[in-house]
Design a protein around this ligand. Structure first.
Ligand code: ATP
Length: 249
C-alpha cells in the first residue's frame, strides 16, 4: 500500500548533537504508530520536521507523494498534517467551545476572529460536535484555565482534528495527565481519531499505553532508529530494553 507519509534519510544536527541520523519511515493509512525513546532521543525533532516547525538539514518528507520538507507549519497543516503539543497550545481564557470554534474556523480558511466565528452558527455546531466526540460536551462553556490537565490535552487534540487531517501527530498525549486519567484519555483519543480514519503518530513514554494502543512502534536512540515493528517485538528487543525502556516490559 502507498504510504500516507514517506520520510527518507532525514538528517538534523544541533552543533555536535545529531538529533536525526538518517531517519527513514513509511507510514501506511490508518496506522497507529508510536515513537518511543529516552529523553533527547529525537522524537520531538522528528515531529517538528514532519510538521514544518523545523527544517531538516537533508532528507525528504512526502505526504501522499507531495514533498513537504521545506514548507511552513501552516502550509503543512493545510496539506493534511496536524499536531498536538506536549504542552497544550490553547487560548486559556476562552472556553473549550470557543477554542474549538477558532480551530474549525481556521480549518475552513476563515479569519481567526471569534466575532466572525461566533456568527457562523455551523462552525459553533461543528465545534460542539468535535467536543462531543471526545466526551467533552459538558466542558464546552468552561474556560480552559479551569480545566484539568487531561481535559486540556483532549481539547488540544480535538483542535488538531478540526482540520480533518490525513495524518495526526501527538507529542506525548498523556504527559501531564494523571495515572487514573491516562487510559480514559487515550481511549477517547483513539476512538475519536478512528472515526476520522486518520493515521496517527504519537510519542509516548508509558509502555503500558504503547502496548495497548500502538500497532507499530519505532524506537529512537541518539537520533537514529533502533527498532521498528510490532509492539510485542520491539519492546522485547535487547537494544530497546537497554537504551529505551530500561528493561521494563
Ligand atoms: P524528550 O522525550 O525529552 O522530549 P526527544 O526524544 O523528543 O526528548 P528531542 O527534543 O528531539 O528529543 O531532542 C533531540 C536532541 O536534540 C536533544 O539532544 C536536544 O537537546 C537537541 N535539540 C532539540 N531541539 C534543539 C534546539 N532547538 N536547539 C538545540 N538542540 C536541540
Amino acid at each position: 500500500m502507498k504510504p500516507v507519509l514517506s520520510v527518507r534519510g532525514l538528517q538534523k544536527r544541533f552543533g555536535a548533537v545529531v538529533a536525526a541520523d538518517n531517519v527513514s519511515i513509511d507510514i501506511p493509512a490508518g496506522q497507529k504508530l508510536c515513537l518511543i525513546g529516552a529523553n533527547g532521543a529525537g522524537k520531538t525533532t522528528f515531529v517538528n520536521m514532519v510538521t514544518g516547525y523545523m527544517k531538516p538539514d537533508s532528507g525528504a518528507i512526502e505526504l501522499d507523494g507531495s514533498p513537504i520538507g521545506r514548507r511552513s507549519p501552516r502550509d503543512v497543516a493545510r496539506l493534511g498534517i496536524s499536531r498536538s503539543f506536549q504542552i497544550p497550545q490553547l487560548f486559556i481564557e476562552l472556553t473549550a467551545a470557543e477554542n474549538l470554534t477558532v480551530a474549525v474556523s481556521s480549518a475552513a480558511g476563515g479569519r481567526l476572529s471569534l466575532t466572525v466565528a461566533a456568527e457562523a452558527g455551523d462552525r459553533h455546531d461543528k465545534a460542539l460536535a468535535l467536543l462531543d466526540r471526545f466526551g467533552l460536551k459538558g466542558h464546552a462553556d468552561r474556560p480552559v484555565s479551569e480545566l484539568a490537565g487531561g481535559v486540556r490535552k483532549l481539547v488540544d487534540i480535538a483542535m488538531a482534528l478540526a482540520r480533518r487531517p490525513k495524518l495526526l501527530l501527538l507529542d506525548e498525549p498523556t504527559s501531564g495527565v494523571s495515572a487514573e486519567e491516562k487510559f480514559a484519555t487515550m481511549d477517547r483519543v483513539i476512538n475519536a481519531v478512528s472515526e476520522e480514519a486518520a493515521t496517527i503518530v504519537f510519542v509516548e513514554h508509558d509502555m503500558d499505553i504503547v502496548s495497548k494502543y500502538a500497532d507499530r512502534v519505532v524506537a529512537f536512540y541518539n537520533g537514529r532508529i533502533l527498532a521498528d515493528g510490532e509492539p510485542s517485538t520491539v519492546l522485547k528487543d535487547n537494544e530497546v530494553r537497554r537504551y529505551v525502556t530500561g528493561g521494563a516490559k
